[in-house]
Design a protein around this ligand. Structure first.
Ligand SMILES: Cc1cc2nc3c(=O)[nH]c(=O)nc-3n(C[C@H](O)[C@H](O)[C@H](O)COP(=O)(O)O)c2cc1C
Length: 223
């Protein structure tokens, strides 16, 4: 790969990186008659079958009360006809954003397949049962991090973090049913779901599903 020091400026360096050639194994878009969450699951299965690492990791974008957007990588925790679910603590930036403006976009990219899916819609709090199930599905250390962490607050001293996680781990070992009161599962109920399929000749394919109670309407977009 070209090294940055070989270029006079960042723009030239970035231009030199270009796109890596890919030969996507698929050339088709989801069937307009199939609900988009089923088509998403099919693409996710394709990614899993191909051994693409972390195929269930996407980028969640939210907007705060001040209008400033923020996007971060998250793990998909559940999906069904009602929506895509992610989880985290309510005091995080995403938690504050969702409380102020319960709308979000969630994007997945499987490079090896030249595929992107973009979901946008309303965010619904999944409730205590979903939060508890999600929290207790996690490993003990992940629960301890979730329980002890002040995710997104300023960290003055790393030892505070280690002490909080160690305390939480100790607590959880003695009370395995403990649940962080701040843990949330957020379900993104889609208004639109867009599928993008790369084409080596740049005739990329895009199909957007828009909610049209009942069901969905599908339209193709210029790439
Ligand atoms: C692969 C990967 C998976 C992640 N999964 C989660 C997750 O499921 N929940 C979460 O709260 N943060 C997760 N994070 C951390 C987030 O990217 C982010 O740093 C954190 O949620 C704080 O974001 P916020 O301050 O915007 O709320 C993950 C990060 C990576 C790189």
């Amino acid at each position: 790969m070209p090294r940055r020091t070989e270029f006079s400026d960042n723009r030239a360096w970035l231009r030199s990186l270009g796109f890596a050639a890919i030969e996507p194994p698929y050339r088709e878009l989801p069937d307009p008659a199939v609900p988009p969450h089923d088509s998403f699951l099919r693409w996710l299965e394709d990614a899993v079958d191909a051994g693409i690492p972390e195929p269930h990791v996407g980028v969640l974008a939210t907007t705060g009360a001040d209008g400033l957007p923020s996007a971060r990588v998250l793990m998909l925790r559940d999906i069904d006809a009602s929506g895509w679910s992610v989880s985290g603590p309510d005091f995080s930036v995403k938690g504050a954003h969702i409380a102020a403006n319960p709308q979000a976009a969630l994007t997945f990219y499987w490079r090896e397949h030249g595929r992107q899916v973009r979901i946008a819609g309303s965010v619904i709090d999944g409730g205590i049962e979903a939060a508890s199930r999600d929290f207790h599905d996690r490993s003990t250390i992940a629960q301890a991090v979730a329980f002890g962490s002040k995710q997104s607050a300023e960290l003055a001293d790393e030892s505070e973090y280690f002490a909080a996680v160690a305390d939480a781990q100790n607590l959880i070992e003695h009370q395995p049913q403990l649940l962080s009161a701040h843990w949330r599962v957020w379900r993104i109920e889609p208004m639109t779901v867009e599928f993008w399929q790369a084409d080596p000749g740049r005739r990329h394919l895009r199909r957007r599903f828009t909610r049209a109670e009942p069901g969905w309407s599908a339209s193709d977009l210029w790439p």
